[in-house]
Design a protein around this ligand. Structure first.
Ligand SMILES: Cc1ncc(CN)c(N)n1
Length: 220
């Protein structure tokens, strides 16, 4: 069993709960109301800005040119391809790029991105472990929804096609290989730290969907 197989097994209850979340189910069968999805687009846009920053930190910490280049590619894919999807959704909703960018992060978005940026400052290996559920989780969600049948709803079909697409799938496979390489020579206390980071990100992934669904805000 590879290290990433082991991570996937440990995180299974969280990932299963994510697949069962009404946001994810609603994208899958095309029944999700527009308002929670709009909220997800806004929150995810500001999430992706910080997520891109973490790829930049990964590039800065990368031990060799190959890995530096891959992180630069991941940053580029996030800022251009992935965020283009969000900009297109926002345009459909009549929301400008400036308005999107000015979204106030809800408490979960704030906590999740702060956690990722902190991992990005810890070091290369920690960055890889904390980022892996973001790439892999969305790719697996997209693939599982696509397998169940793309809904007859243009917006949600596009979401599924983006995250289950070849590009996203290849980048996810590379991130898994990278995690397995990093863990192969690591002593057990380091591997335990990677497990902890992976699990925390997985939990935040679930919470991120839920916060958009509940239109979470600051209590006061
Ligand atoms: C919260 C979250 N996690 C992951 C992804 C995939 N990049 C995303 N867009 N948003």
């Amino acid at each position: 069993m590879t290290f990433t197989d082991e991570l996937r097994e440990v995180a299974a209850p969280i990932w299963d709960a994510t697949m069962e979340h009404p946001m994810v189910r609603g994208i899958g069968d095309g029944t999700l109301d527009e308002e929670p999805f709009r909220e997800w687009v806004r929150q995810d846009y500001v999430y992706l800005i910080e997520y891109g920053r973490v790829f930049a930190l990964g590039a800065a910490h990368a031990p060799d040119l190959d890995r530096m280049g891959r992180f630069a590619t991941l940053l580029h894919e996030t800022l251009d391809t992935e965020m283009d999807l969000h900009r297109a959704y926002a345009a459909e909703f009549g929301v400008s790029e400036a308005e999107l960018e000015a979204t106030e992060p809800n408490p979960t978005t704030r906590a999740y991105t702060d956690f990722l940026v902190r991992a990005g400052h810890e070091g290369f290996e920690e960055t890889v472990a904390a980022l892996l559920p973001c790439m892999w989780g969305f790719n697996e969600t997209g693939l599982r929804l696509a397998e169940a049948g793309v809904p007859d709803h243009e917006r949600y079909a596009e979401w599924i096609e983006t995250y289950s697409g070849e590009e996203f799938t290849e980048l996810t496979a590379w991130c898994r290989e990278l995690m397995d390489d990093v863990a192969a020579d690591a002593p057990e206390p380091d591997r335990e730290r990677y497990r902890e980071l992976f699990l925390t990100s997985s939990r935040y992934e679930y919470m991120f969907w839920d916060a958009a669904y509940r239109r979470e805000g600051w209590p006061v």
